[in-house]
Design a protein around this ligand. Structure first.
Ligand code: SAM
Length: 285
């Protein structure tokens, strides 16, 4: 048993003398084993396995990712993302980090809002853990006419960002944080790399808040989405994971608490499409 566990057991014994040293140690060992486990959709997996499994999902669907987004959401993801970009506090000279940028919809929207095509000082960095997804993002950013210097791609894990403290005016993440092995570690990293006064914006699936919408939404997502995934990408399992990972993710209120816990102030959220998606905002004051 490590020193950390031994001293934690000492503290538990101090706090509650009725706790025998043996009980305290076994409780802490059980908690340590549990904390090395996580969820991949509805499956319980070792935390060390999850990142590889998530990478498998996105490598498998990267080239059909955009078509599937339109098909699954009947185009609604464009409206959700448009709203996210409209609330993002970007100006012509902002420095933006788009985490889990994938095929680059948010980055491109931010660049357009900044009017930045290499002729201004503004800059968006697209970062993603997955090479094939980031390659799609790079291709689309270039096709849109944005030059290196105003848009750059850097492969990086959102829970261990390869950027200095206090570097960005805005940190954005859309439909990415749900896939992280450690959501809290990601939020702490976003806080660390934001400049004081900077804004964090996050778009993610959430919980329907309109009566009966949850019933319709469950029926649609558990039946139609995996079938669509199989038909369009030839990969049913990745879309089964998508649906399950949405149900595992904290609801609007719990996610707001996690954002506050990571250090952000003035945290608020707005529901879209009856709470199927929520847009959270927070500030490093
Ligand atoms: N933001 C894009 C959008 O809204 O279309 C892409 C979202 S896609 C559903 C999720 C992205 O999260 C994938 O590109 C995946 O590679 C990325 N991702 C998953 N885990 C990550 C991590 N730990 N760090 C960075 N990116 C990650």
């Amino acid at each position: 048993m490590g020193i950390g566990l031994r001293s934690s057991a000492d503290r538990l014994e101090l706090l509650c003398p009725a706790f025998s040293r043996f009980t305290a140690c076994s409780l802490l060992c059980t908690l340590a084993v549990m904390s090395s486990q996580t969820h991949f959709g509805f499956e319980t997996v070792a935390a060390s396995e999850k990142a590889g499994k998530v990478m498998g999902v996105f490598s498998s669907v990267a080239d059909k990712y955009d078509i599937m987004n339109d098909a699954m959401s009947a185009g609604l993801h464009r409206l959700w993302k448009r709203r996210m970009i409209s609330v993002a506090a970007v100006k012509a000279d902002s420095t933006v980090l788009d985490v889990a940028a994938g095929s680059g919809d948010i980055s491109i929207g931010m660049l357009k809002k900044m009017g930045s095509r290499g002729d201004r000082s503004g800059r968006v960095i697209l970062t993603d853990l997955n090479g094939p997804m980031l390659a799609e993002g790079a291709r689309r950013v270039i096709d849109e006419g944005f030059l290196a210097g105003s848009a750059d791609c850097i492969q990086s894990d959102g829970t261990q960002l390869a950027f200095a403290d206090n570097s960005f005016d805005v940190v954005s993440i859309a439909f990415g944080i749900r896939n992280f092995v450690d959501i809290e570690a990601g939020l702490r990293e976003f806080y660390r790399v934001l400049k004081p006064g900077g804004q964090f914006v996050c778009l993610e699936f959430s919980r329907p808040v309109v009566p009966l919408l949850d019933v319709v939404y469950d029926a649609y997502s558990f039946n139609a989405i995996p079938a669509m995934g199989e038909w369009i990408t030839g990969d049913r399992d990745s879309y089964q994971y998508l649906v399950e990972s949405i149900r595992r993710f904290p609801d609007q209120g719990r996610f707001s608490k996690l954002i506050k816990w990571a250090g952000f102030d003035l945290v608020k959220h707005e529901n879209m499409t009856g709470g199927i998606v929520a847009l959270h905002r927070g500030y490093k004051v």
